[in-house]
Design a protein around this ligand. Structure first.
Ligand SMILES: Nc1ncnc2c1ncn2[C@@H]1O[C@H](COP(=O)(O)OP(=O)(O)O)[C@@H](O)[C@H]1O
Ligand SMILES: [Mg+2]
Length: 269
């Protein structure tokens, strides 16, 4: 039954130890992401979203509860997970192609050198970076660097991709282009996705489910199924359905920020 669940957080509770005592960050957090699904997590600034990504990536352990990846408890970093961050952190002394190849130098692979380069090149082509393979990161725009970093995050074919506000620093048009790129990438090679974002439009354009976290210590305050039909297109964001979903999410964020009273009727946690 549970083997179709790719990422599961069960009763995850965590506090950071600080000089002024424990800082509770996550409280009884439950999230399940089925294989191949895209889950977006939104919530107030400082509520624990990046903490959540670090727990799933195995970079730290929760005080209580379980983080389960492909049916197994997470005990440390795994190479079945790819990660992308707001800052693309590409290595300036390497070309774009060599940056994308980096995980294949670290993660065991059956591919030989030529096959690895072919794989990296085909990903770069898919995200529109054909012809830029030999450039250095500083020669590319912010949007192009983020495209390259997405290629690097999935070049070793991870089963799960975790992204922490990857499009946050980009201008609105570049961001929308990258949303389309995300869809294209997933059409080409399906993987399970967890996206942290503060952009509600981005969340409904990309995700199958949007989880709204409460204020700190964060728990799953509300879960919204996104029900656009067929292949997503930007026009979907200008439909009544989108407006309604965005209104619900905005209201839930206000509740999470303590700026609107909780309406307990729909709380989904
Ligand atoms: N290593 C740490 N030690 C102590 N406090 C931390 C640490 N990392 C994050 N925090 C605090 O925990 C809270 C949640 O942080 P974070 O998960 O980064 O929030 P978000 O990504 O939602 O903005 C914040 O108040 C932050 O200051
Ligand atoms: Mg963060």
């Amino acid at each position: 039954m549970t083997d179709a669940i790719q990422i599961a957080l069960r009763g995850v509770t965590h506090a950071y130890k600080t000089d002024s005592g424990p800082l509770p960050v996550l409280r009884d957090l439950n999230i399940e992401i089925p294989e191949g699904e895209f889950c977006a997590v939104v919530g107030p600034s400082g509520c624990g979203k990046s903490t959540l990504t670090r727990l799933i990536a195995g970079l730290m352990r929760a005080d209580q509860g379980d983080v389960i990846l492909h049916g197994e408890k997470v005990k440390g970093p795994k190479n079945t997970v790819g990660m992308a961050f707001q800052n693309p952190v590409l290595l300036e002394w390497r070309t774009i192609l060599d940056n994308v190849l980096l995980p294949l130098e670290i993660v065991p692979t059956k591919l030989n050198k030529a096959e690895r380069r072919d794989r990296a090149r085909s990903l770069l082509k898919l995200v529109g970076l054909e012809g830029f393979e030999d450039k250095r990161p500083s020669e590319l725009s912010g949007g192009m660097r983020q495209r390259a970093s997405l290629c690097r995050a999935i070049v070793h074919k991870p089963e799960v991709l975790i992204m922490d506000e990857p499009f946050g620093a980009l201008d609105a048009f570049t961001r929308e282009d990258l949303w389309q790129t995300m869809h294209n990438l997933r059409e080409e090679e399906p993987f399970t996705c967890l996206l942290i974002t503060h952009d509600l439009r981005e969340s409904i354009f990309l995700a199958d489910e949007v989880v709204v976290l409460s204020g700190r210590p964060a728990t799953a305050q509300y879960k919204l199924r996104v029900t656009f039909e067929g292949k997503r297109k930007l026009d979907d964001l200008y439909t009544q359905k989108a407006t309604d979903m965005l209104a619900i999410l905005r209201h839930q964020i206000e509740i999470a920020q303590g700026r609107a009273p909780a309406d307990d009727a729909e709380a989904a946690a």
